[in-house]
Write a new protein. Sequence first.
Length: 308
Amino acid sequence: MLARLQQLITVSLLLAAAGWLVFFWKSSALLAMGGFAVLLLGYSGFLALEFVALRFINRRDPVPRPTWKELAGAWLGETLAAPRIFCWRQPFRSRVVPDQLSGQAVEKGRRGIVFIHGFFCNRGFWTPWLKRLEGTGHAFVALNLEPPFASIDDYASLIDEAVQRVTAATGLPPLLVCHSMGGLAARAWLRIMKAEARVCHVVTIGTPHRGTWLARFSFVTNGRQMQLSGQWHQALDLDMPSHRHALFTCWYSNCDNIVFPSSTATLPGADNRLVHGAAHVQLAFLPQVMDASLALIDGESRKSTQAP
């Protein structure tokens, strides 16, 4: 569903930009090129506004405030990453790496992974991770959370089915790797299914565990649920086991242009890991994040880092 929507958006933008270029070229090459650039690169301007906003919103946050140099680097990284994700990988290549659950590709007794994407994303988001796991013997499932704008609670059954499939393939509780809203979906699954014993660990990357300032502008159900300190967030940890947050490793950044104030991406009692200068999408593909997260499936010990 989301892939088709992003296909429509991408093709429409390309056609509109090409049409503008052709229509105005004879009368004004400058106008033609300017409009063409705005249509194709206008998203970069919106990203810049997000980074400016986060710097000012973060001024009272305990996480170290980003410098303008860090923000500029994060803006450039996100400007380059966004088209690859939202205009190519998700709309056109979301199934290039299928789930790996059976056959010679999976070794019994080797832990598997369930990947859970975030808002306005699909399983294509995880393609670099899935390619890295091919041929390693580890089972994996990358979910599509649909409908894309439903309540986060509605995704619990999808996660539950994926966990069951990976557990059946390996004989072991899986690792969950989640980006952004996907971490909230994992927490909702833990609460609804009381499933702490069914997962070995949960990695969240840029997840708004306590909401995000930007969610105040959302008009869809799961977007509104991510508002700062909202009622839905407060209910996530009601009557939870005391050890639940210890199951989590939370990656977060002082330059996350979607989840801010930055400390809202942490959980008390979790292994909270701060990365400087990385934007929201960019954070999920940093070598240090991928290496340390995937090391958990081989039983390597976690290293504690500072939390705010």
